[in-house]
Design a protein around this ligand. Structure first.
Ligand code: F6R
Length: 611
């Protein structure tokens, strides 16, 4: 969840580290710090609060080193405070470490180190790492580079849990060692310099060529060379990967926030995700997929596993797959799936959806499915992310970097990709050609339909002004509209801190309607012509009890409601891609009215790399 960044080269490290941390802040933002090496000494400045506050500390300008590490924190062990901030140093001040992840056995390691007279300043799990490195370094018979490398390797072998770490040593002022296990880390290679980061967008303006570390691979970095080692200290080769995302796509581009930019980028994200995968006059083509009819006929169940918004995309995917392929689909929250001993057989196909590709629970769920013999497909937005290295098949959404913590363009791209996968399977199975034709036609029109919705958002903004002080908002929908209600409700609560809940419209009477009173807002999604009258009756039931109504619909309504947002008609299975847009905007404008930080809501982080 934390963000880590590093630089080693010929330029002053401090501005590069601050720049990288500002871009990584969406991963965590309760405290920040940087350390650089100068004259064989580590200088370390850290502070509670945002990166901008760190940058305002006057001493920070005295950091002149060209080798440095930085960290922006999302607290796990120990409250946000200067002492608990990273980098953490060992007792002798010769090693500095930044860490993303959780060291599960830190208490035992702390006791071990205390028995060797080490003292601890912070409440963190991380502080054991620099001290263990010091302990292993001091007790090593190795010399030179090997001494540093072996001390880090030996330390990592003592750690249980997940980590991406960067290590500086005053004894090796021109080097840095980085390693990862179940937490992301990439190394960007420039001319006589290297950039290290938790993810690619933060350093995209500095580097285009990247090494993607695998678990327990150690990189020994100097400004013009990176050597890779396995955990037996044997040198290994790694390929460099050229990343074609343009740096501008990780900038705000004139928008006040990333979230608004990303909402507006949805037509482009969907166009890119469709790419050449579907066309009206040929079969659907997905690179690297080689499924055949016999295999697909043997599938008795498909599992879709994900967290949060990605799981909501999965719920819509279930409707599409069941409708086109006629195979039953179960959608599971990854953190539940991994601990419930799911009934998976070789006849199960498991699809894992994760924008970041780094969500710990989703990755663990995939590993579990593999041990049970199922084929696994990962849907991710981040090239080379951890999950893509575990899955049998990976298929990418091409939404571009998603920086705002609240997911928008990744969600709609995931639904489109699930629709494409469904069509691909149904074509091989020879099922529902008429439905496929209609769905393809409508998928291709989605980008321009979204452009239509985005053209005028005044009504949504005005409604946000009316309700931004409210305490509770309800979202309702039936059938394909229910997962969208869930997504709208999640968007609202995460960026506006307004309590909200989503229900299937028909379920209201079974309890939740007791909460409806004068002036409570109920947001309804109405895109299903066949269920229109029933849904209207449900809305009337809350209107009678004094509720304000905000309706998103593609139907003609003969009733008066407080606000009605019309969206274009499309194939019902993919209507969530359109109906979610007004809900994203409603959450966005409410958050802005409340003066909140839309891109970095409290307590959240973009990439949830701890379980
Ligand atoms: C909500 C949101 C989260 C993520 C969830 C999974 O707006 O962004 O609910 O969807 O944390 O993240 P990924 O898709 O990276 O696995």
């Amino acid at each position: 969840m934390c963000g880590i960044v590093g630089y080693i080269g010929e330029k002053k490290a401090k501005p590069i580290l601050i720049n990288g941390l500002l871009r990584l802040e969406y991963r965590g933002y309760d405290s920040a710090g940087i350390a650089t090496i100068e004259n064989n000494e580590i200088k370390n400045i850290k502070n509670k609060g945002r990166v901008s506050e760190l940058n305002n500390i006057s001493e920070i300008n005295s950091l002149n080193g060209t080798v440095g590490i930085g960290h922006t924190r999302w607290a796990t062990h120990g409250k946000p405070s200067s002492l608990n901030s990273h980098p953490h140093m060992d007792n002798s001040n010769n090693f500095a470490v930044v860490h993303n992840g959780i060291i599960e056995n830190y208490s035992d390691l702390k006791e071990f180190l205390k028995s060797h007279k080490y003292k601890f300043l912070s409440e963190t799990d991380t502080e054991v790492i620099p001290n263990l490195i010091h302990f292993n370094y001091k007790n090593s018979n190795e010399t030179g580079e090997n001494k540093f490398l072996k001390a880090v390797i030996d330390t990592c072998k003592m750690l249980k849990g997940s980590y991406a770490i960067e290590v500086l040593s005053a004894y090796h002022p021109d080097n840095m060692i980085v390693v990862r296990k179940d937490s992301p880390l990439v190394i960007g290679k420039g001319e006589n310099e290297c950039y290290i980061s938790s993810d690619i967008p933060a350093i995209l303006s500095f580097a285009k060529d990247f090494y993607l570390l695998n678990d327990m691979e150690f990189a020994y970095i100097s400004k013009n060379n990176v050597k890779f080692y396995n955990d037996k200290a044997i040198e290994i080769n790694k390929e460099i990967k050229n990343i074609t995302w343009d740096a501008g796509s990780a900038e705000k581009d004139g928008y006040p926030d990333f979230m608004l930019k990303e909402i507006n980028e949805q037509p482009k994200a969907i166009r890119e995700t469709i790419g050449s995968r579907i066309s009206l006059d040929s079969k659907t083509n997905i690179d690297d997929f080689n499924f055949n009819k016999k295999y697909l006929q043997s599938i008795t169940k498909i599992f879709i596993v994900a967290c949060g918004t990605a799981m909501h995309a999965g719920l819509t995917g279930k409707n599409i797959i069941e409708n086109l392929c006629e195979i039953p689909v179960e959608v599971e929250v990854a953190s539940e799936f991994r601990y419930k001993n799911p009934i998976i057989t070789q006849n199960s196909l498991c699809i894992f959806i994760t924008q970041s590709g780094e969500t710990a629970d989703t990755i663990a769920a995939l590993k579990l499915a593999k041990t049970k013999g199922a084929k696994t497909i990962a849907i991710s937005n981040v090239i080379g992310s951890s999950i893509t290295r575990e899955a049998d098949y990976t298929i990418y959404t091409h939404a571009g970097p998603e920086i705002a913590v609240a997911s928008t363009k990744a969600y709609t791209s995931q639904i489109v990709l699930l629709a494409i996968i469904s069509i691909y399977f149904a074509e091989i199975l020879g099922k529902n050609p008429k439905k496929i034709e209609d769905l393809k036609n409508n998928i291709l029109k989605l980008p321009s339909h979204i452009e239509t919705i985005l053209k005028d958002t005044t009504k949504i903004k005005d409604f946000a002004k009316k309700i931004f002080k409210e305490k509770d908002v309800f979202f309702i929908g039936r059938n394909v509209d229910y997962p969208v209600a869930m997504e709208g409700s999640l968007k609202l609560k995460e960026i506006s801190y307004i309590h909200s809940e989503a229900y299937p419209s028909g379920e209201l009477k079974h309890g939740p309607i007791a909460l409806i009173e004068n002036n409570v807002t109920v947001v309804s999604i109405l895109t299903n012509r066949l269920l229109l009258e029933k849904s209207i009756s449900n809305i009337q039931e809350v209107v009678t009890r004094g509720a304000k109504t905000f309706i998103v619909t593609n139907q003609e309504l003969n009733h008066e409601f407080d606000e009605v947002i019309k969206i274009p008609k499309t194939n019902a299975l993919i209507s969530p891609v359109l109906s979610v847009i007004p809900l994203q905007l409603l959450a966005y404008y409410i958050s802005k009215e409340k003066g909140l930080d839309v891109d970095k809501p409290r307590n959240l982080a973009k990439s949830v790399t701890v379980e």
